[in-house]
Design a binder for this molecule. Structure first.
Ligand code: NIG
Ligand code: MN
Ligand code: MN
Length: 313
């Protein structure tokens, strides 16, 4: 396992010097993360698709963190960059099937960022990225509400090891052994993306879920429902799996969705969650650049990350 330090050569883009501060783009304000730096958001890449390989999926997600950075680089700055400082840690690399070892490093790094009262924005990686993130937050919060915007439950039982399909099962295990409530909500679920066994396990674990169809039928009603749900909770861990989007918007994933969500729907779900002020950890996972078309999925992931970057933390 190695760490790839901050790479300034990724953060390049258009320069509109004639427009002064009004012409700024993200590549001009992102800085390298150092422990002493006063910043509020920290990007951390988790270069892994070992979980996807173990889950019989299509590999390629390990190349996602830098593709998301490239798509972020050119986005215009629509926030006060003096108040909202964003930095980039670099990438944790999972190679030679050493997922468990990379995860230990991930827990250490993400936990440190949380300890500094900064918001970690973790760029996966397959959904195996989620477990290390949760375990890092669990060091600091007695109770966590897990919100996963995903076409899938990812509640598979490790058979026998951790994969991209098992992280929320493993979080349930952790909660059980540590006397923590397991509070898990999946948003954007697809009936055809999950077997009956997974629905049964979700029920057994008290998992709540909102189907993609419910969001298509009435987004405003879902937003109201969500507002009530998060009012009862304090610490939110938000995970975004890119396969929740329809395959037309997000072809670059391991398992593309039919009847998936639109960028508009997901953006407003994220905005509502952020406005609660309770989101303490965010990750975006499952972008697979190998299957992307014209950076469509990478750009979509970057725009969702930019929603998190823009919000005042
Ligand atoms: N992160 C993984 N999610 C899905 C993949 C489904 C598929 O490959 O079709 C799962 O395991 O259920
Ligand atoms: Mn997933
Ligand atoms: Mn998924």
């Amino acid at each position: 396992m190695i760490i790839k330090k901050f790479d300034s050569s990724i953060w390049t883009g258009r320069l509109d010097e004639e427009d002064g501060l009004g012409g700024l783009r993200l590549h001009q304000i992102i800085t390298e993360y150092t422990a002493e730096l006063a910043c509020s958001k920290v990007l951390v890449g988790f270069e892994s698709d070992e979980g996807v390989a173990r889950n019989k999926g299509r590999v390629g997600a390990k190349n996602a963190p830098n593709e998301i950075r490239k798509a972020l680089a050119n986005l215009p700055v629509h926030f006060d960059h003096e108040k909202t400082k964003v930095s980039d840690y670099g990438n944790i690399v999972c190679d030679d099937k050493m997922l468990e070892m990379a995860r230990e490093k991930q827990i250490e790094i993400v936990s440190k960022i949380i300890e500094n009262n900064q918001l970690p924005i973790v760029l996966g990686g397959g959904h195996e990225t989620a477990l290390g993130n949760f375990l890092a937050l669990a060091k600091h919060a007695p109770s966590i509400t897990i919100i996963n915007i995903d076409a899938h439950f990812d509640l598979r039982k490790p058979n026998p090891i951790s994969t991209s399909g098992t992280p929320f099962y493993e979080m349930h295990d952790y909660c059980k052994s540590n006397n923590m409530p397991f509070q898990y909500l999946v948003i954007g679920l697809q009936e055809n993306g999950n077997t009956q066994a997974l629905f049964n396990r979700a029920d057994e674990f008290g998992t709540q879920y909102i189907m993609a169809d419910e969001i298509h039928a009435n987004l405003n009603q879902v937003l109201d429902q969500l507002k009530q749900f998060i009012a009862q909770n304090d610490t939110i861990y938000l995970s975004l799996d890119m396969d929740v989007f329809d395959g037309a918007f997000a072809p670059g994933v391991s398992a593309p969705s039919i009847n998936g969500l639109t960028p508009f729907q997901v953006k407003y779900l994220i905005k509502l969650l952020l406005n609660s002020g309770k989101v303490k950890l965010f990750d975006v996972v499952e972008l697979n650049p190998t299957y992307d078309i014209d950076q469509r999925t990478a750009k979509l992931a970057a725009q969702m990350v930019n929603e998190i970057i823009k919000y005042l933390y």
